[in-house]
Ligand binder design. Structure first.
Ligand SMILES: *Cc1c(COP(=O)(O)O)cnc(C)c1O
Length: 421
């Protein structure tokens, strides 16, 4: 039934479980690299093309280091994300800092690293100038409002808190120009988990037109446009991945017409995808702890929404397989749950599975982005380990599981002795 695969079979996963214990996240280096190369190839026509991996999707420096060797930079939006980028030796042009509601010390660190600053609001021009000084190169984030339809996860652009309005963009770049900024970029991010290839071509169209208008009106030259992230992945087995070469080719044609022929080139095309970079190449591996039958069937795992909260957070579908039982009839209808005292702590609702037994391993697919990263400690739950399947077939620990000591690390128990409750 399912076409979704995990690179390791049940026996191999059991070996990892014996060594690292469940639950754990597993990432596939070979698949991540192959996908990164496909993305780069789709934009090979643009010599300045760069993908900035959205660190928030999988903030693990080992994964980021692999992506760095594939030519990717980092899209950061907080101080810890900047520090992760720095830890793997990224700097300057290789980092874009796309933040909002930004504290001064984060701008300072971003400027110190020489990162491309992507401003979220016109008032941040002065804020940045005062707290860190204006760098010679600045990017602004455009919110097209009603000019662009949104999608389910990100909502309608006019309801989104991000970015400059169209009028503010003209005013903002004028201010930046008059303050001596010389190098310019234009950014937008209007979709999330979008599977329609045409959507990204349309976004490029919007930005290319705007580059023309802004350049003409203000007499400034743009070095790059950043089309944002948001390329979706096929979470459901019947869905299809976005055809990257179709997107690249569609954008190339527009570039020829709107940029090259109009004399606005060379213009680097940039992306900041997270989900499509690691999402399909990560799995949450867990074990069945309990089975329960009340008004419904429940299969309780040793993982919970602290390890992967997308299903609980937005009812997202994640495919689930039971290694070794892939070809058995999927005739057991159940809710697959975690142990949190929150009724939405479910990985699946009314899912047809091949009847799992207590002790079976369960693989939750497409957990490689916005998975471990969204983890939290509510209810005293601890985040799981992350393992990387290297290209040579060896699985290495790239983040250990949290311990109770980690959970208590911010509490001063000794101080309790002097505290009169
Ligand atoms: C979340 C985010 C991304 C990455 O989105 P994906 O859906 O993971 O590709 C890129 N840019 C910005 C500004 C974001 O907030």
């Amino acid at each position: 039934m399912s076409q979704k695969k995990c690179p390791l079979n049940g026996e191999q996963l059991e070996k990892l479980a014996a060594k690292f214990s469940t639950p754990f996240h597993l990432y596939d280096e070979a698949a991540i690299r192959a996908n990164a190369r496909a993305l780069t190839a789709a934009f090979a026509w643009n010599p300045g093309f760069k993908e900035y991996f959205a660190v928030k999707a999988a903030p693990n420096p080992y994964l980021m280091k692999i992506l760095k060797t594939e030519g990717f930079g980092a899209d950061c939006s907080s101080l810890p994300e900047l520090l992760l980028a720095e830890s793997i030796g990224l700097s300057g042009e290789e980092i874009i800092f796309t933040s909002n509601d930004t504290p001064a010390h984060e701008y300072q660190k971003a400027v110190e690293l020489g990162a491309i600053i992507n401003l979220d609001d016109i008032t941040h021009i002065e804020f940045l100038e005062q707290c860190a000084g204006l760098p010679e190169r600045v990017c602004c984030r455009y919110n097209p409002g009603p000019l662009k339809a949104g999608n389910a996860i990100i909502g309608h652009p006019e309801e989104a808190k991000y970015g400059f309005t169209r009028a503010q963009l003209f005013e903002g770049y004028r201010m930046l120009r008059d303050k001596g900024v010389k190098r310019f970029g234009l950014h937008t991010m209007v979709a999330s988990n979008e599977l329609e290839a045409a959507y990204f071509i349309e976004t490029a169209h919007l930005l290319f037109d705007l580059v023309g208008e802004l350049s003409r009106e203000l007499g400034i030259r743009f070095e790059f446009v950043n089309i944002g992230g948001g390329i979706g992945i096929p979470y459901r087995p019947e869905q299809k991945a976005v055809d990257l070469s179709f997107v690249g080719e569609g954008i190339r044609r527009l570039y020829e017409e709107k940029i090259a022929a109009a004399g606005f080139g060379p213009l680097d095309v940039r992306l900041e995808c997270g989900r499509m970079v690691t999402g399909p190449f990560g799995w949450l591996v867990s074990r069945v702890l309990h089975k329960k039958n009340t008004y419904k069937n429940y299969v309780g795992l040793d993982a919970c929404m602290a390890n992967l909260m997308r299903p609980a957070l937005y009812g997202a579908y994640h495919h689930i397989t039971v290694p070794g039982k892939e070809n058995l009839p999927h005739d057991f209808i159940c809710d697959v749950t975690g142990s949190l005292c929150e009724n939405n702590d479910k990985f699946a609702i009314n899912r047809a599975l091949p009847a799992p037994e207590i002790g079976d391993l369960v693989v939750i697919h497409d957990a490689g982005a916005h998975g471990h990263a969204m983890g939290f400690n509510y209810n005293g739950k601890l985040r799981s380990a992350e393992l990387l399947l290297r290209e040579n077939g060896e699985a290495v620990l790239i983040r250990r599981a949290e311990t109770v000591q980690d959970y208590f690390a911010t509490l001063d128990f000794a101080g309790l002795n002097n505290f009169n409750g």
